[in-house]
Design a protein. Structure first.
Ligand code: FAD
Length: 286
């Protein structure tokens, strides 16, 4: 029995995020990456979920693989927008029956065109449903630079605090300046919210992809970051190394001021995660 909320009560967690594979080749790549990352003994591994349930089976399969075929602790992401209560309840029951004890409960993005369909709008509704199904430790998202759909900062923080009050922990969207994280924590603290929120690191593998994700999240792409990549040029390995360096700088600033853990986006590749782990000494921390 391992609940992430309880792990966080005992000390910092260091975790890795995977994406569900879309083909047999991607499945083999994911299995290889997981084998390579296993010696790092991450506290838990999460698997993302496609918007509107588009990866329902593939996420569940990847979670089942990690849970049954490796010694690692698996946590599925689950979004609820665009899906029916029966669909979501069925999946949550499946996870409970399979022995999964941790869930990342998300709203997911509404479709870009067309009305929002389905029985859910917000992540809190999914938390309520999951609590009726099983004894899960439930995580939720947090956006240090404010969720792009929030009307203003204060409203974002008030709703985030309400959501964290019903959850066991949070995990942030990635950001390029550690101050964004600490400002959010101070703001949550000021309104009485003390649920642990784990910051995320995104080691860049491709600059255009990172810029696109940053824009989607409504986050800042700072000029110093662009300057770093302007110097690096187009070589993939040079870009990857710069991505690791930058993630280590942000990770080091976070660890230096005290954080409940670090969550690292792997993009299903091991090298950057291994290098960040070694450079920040994650394996050797108490
Ligand atoms: P919510 O917490 O529900 O918030 C969404 C917006 O609604 C916010 O602006 C909030 O302020 C507002 N809101 C909340 N409650 C109310 C209310 N009662 N009334 C009015 N407004 C309200 N997406 C995926 O598709 N798959 C993934 O696997 C995935 N993993 C993620 C992992 C992390 C760590 C993070 C940070 C994000 C992830 N996302 C994922 C993205 C996420 O699904 C989107 O950002 C989505 O737009 C919002 O989901 P949420 O859970 O943050 O929503």
């Amino acid at each position: 029995m391992t609940k992430i909320g309880e792990l966080l009560g005992r000390g910092a967690t260091y975790s890795v995020e995977f994406m569900p594979p879309r083909s047999d080749e991607m499945l083999r790549q994911l299995e290889k990456t997981i084998r390579e990352l296993q010696p790092l003994t991450p506290s838990f591994c999460s698997v993302t979920y496609g918007a509107g349930g588009s990866t329902r089976e593939r996420t569940a399969e990847a979670v089942s693989y990690i849970h049954h075929d490796t010694p690692l602790l698996a946590m599925p992401h689950l979004t609820c927008v665009g899906q029916t209560r029966d669909e979501i309840e069925g999946l949550v029951c499946h996870y409970a029956g399979d022995g999964i004890e941790n869930l990342l409960a998300l709203a997911g993005d509404p479709p870009k065109d067309g009305p929002v369909t389905g029985d859910f709008r917000y992540a809190v509704e999914l938390i309520e449903l999951a609590r009726t199904v099983g004894d899960f430790s439930i995580g939720v998202s947090a956006f240090p630079e404010v969720h792009p759909m929030s009307p203003d900062r204060d409203t974002d923080r008030a709703r985030l605090a309400d959501k964290l009050a019903q959850a066991d922990f949070g995990i942030t969207q990635f950001f390029w300046n550690a101050d964004h994280y600490f400002r959010m924590i101070d703001e949550l603290d000021a309104i009485g919210c003390t649920t642990p929120v784990i910051p995320s690191l995104f080691p860049i593998l491709n600059v255009a992809t990172a810029q696109r994700f940053t824009a989607t999240n409504g986050a800042e792409w700072p000029s110093w970051l662009q300057d770093r990549f302007d110097v690096v040029g187009d070589d993939q390995e040079d870009v990857r190394r710069a991505g690791v360096e930058i993630a280590c700088e942000i990770g080091s600033a976070l660890l230096g001021q005290g954080v409940p853990g670090l969550h690292i986006y792997s993009m299903n590749r091991s090298a950057s995660v291994q290098e960040i782990w070694a450079s920040l000494g994650l394996g050797s921390r108490p």
